[in-house]
Design a protein around this ligand. Structure first.
Ligand code: UTP
Length: 297
């Protein structure tokens, strides 16, 4: 019997080079989507799934991130004096959300290396990893489903999404076998960012994982792979072939995901999530329709 998962690890130590110069002095995870930093959506998702113990793996420019989840005493007292309760509660929201911890990655040697930095905090239990630049729509319940599959099958679990075959070189791609659950597959192979035309499938690993602690000794031994980085995908491939560590399963996700580390997806995320907001949606939708017509002219 596996102990229940209680901890979430959120890597946020990447260089965010696709977003330069915006990320020169700010982690990309702190870029706002509508009016909240990306990483707050990610923490809210972890908390909704019951994981209120959150470890951030941080890199350079971590101050903005730490400050966001800390008290903002001066700002709070000004809003209090003004009697602006609504904005005050928005400021306090991120402070009270979760029980947050931090560990530094040092050099950004890859996602696998970032996850390995969580070892002392996580210990000998399974844990979730949520990439700090990937938003899963709050109306979809991917992480909950992954935790359920982990419980039922005592396995490490990755999130998979079907991607356009022209996009496979951007992702870790899985080879899978079906199971008796429609949305669950057994992962038999994994390759990180395969060269165009060589991908074994169009099932891409996206930014959510539930991992058994056996991943740590495997990561210790994992040599730098694609791009000279220690790849989590390479460690997962080893785990997939290790029945005693429970193997690896995938949950095939068909919901809404926004990869905010990519500039075009980031812009789309802002538009789509703002359209759904009662305060901004009606005006934005009306303007978008008019704007789309102008594009055709
Ligand atoms: P990405 O590969 O998207 O991040 O990593 P990146 O390297 O910062 O992006 P670009 O290509 O330069 O724009 C996915 C997630 O893993 C974290 C990132 O912060 C992001 O949340 N990450 C990546 C780390 O924490 N450490 C690393 O060494 C690499």
């Amino acid at each position: 019997m596996l102990a229940p998962v209680t901890k979430a690890v959120i890597p946020a130590a990447g260089l965010g080079t696709r977003f330069l110069p915006a990320t020169k002095a700010l982690p990309k995870e702190m870029l706002p989507v509508v009016d909240k930093p990306v990483i707050q959506y990610v923490v809210e998702e972890a908390v909704r799934a019951g994981l209120a113990d959150v470890l951030f793996v941080t890199g350079r420019n971590k101050n903005a991130l730490e400050n966001h989840f800390d008290r903002a005493t001066e700002l709070e007292s000004i809003l209090l004096r003004k009697g602006d309760d609504e904005r005050l509660s928005r400021v306090a929201e991120s402070t009270d959300l979760a029980n947050v911890h931090y560990v530094r990655q040092g050099d950004p040697l890859g996602l696998g290396h970032a996850v390995l930095r969580a070892r002392a905090h996580v210990g000998d239990s399974s844990f979730a990893v949520l990439l700090g630049d990937d938003i899963i729509d709050a109306r979809d319940t991917l992480l909950e489903r992954m935790l359920e599959v982990h419980r039922q099958r005592a396995t490490s679990v990755v999130a998979l999404m079907e991607v356009d075959p022209g996009q496979t070189h951007l992702y870790g791609i899985a080879t899978v076998e079906r199971t008796d659950d429609d949305d669950v597959v057994r992962v038999t192979g994994l390759v990180e960012k395969p060269d165009p035309g060589t991908a074994p499938s169009n099932l891409a690993v996206v930014g959510r994982y539930v991992l058994r602690p056996e991943v740590f000794p495997v990561l210790e031994r994992t040599e730098p792979g694609r791009g000279g980085e220690i790849q989590l995908t390479d460690a997962l491939l080893t785990l997939a072939g290790d029945a005693s560590a429970g193997g690896v399963h995938g949950v095939v996700f068909r919901g809404r995901r926004y990869d905010t580390g990519d500039r075009l997806d980031y812009i789309k995320a802002n538009v789509m999530l703002a359209c759904d907001r009662p305060d901004l949606g009606p005006d934005l939708r009306a303007w978008l329709k008019e704007f789309a017509q102008r594009l055709d002219d």
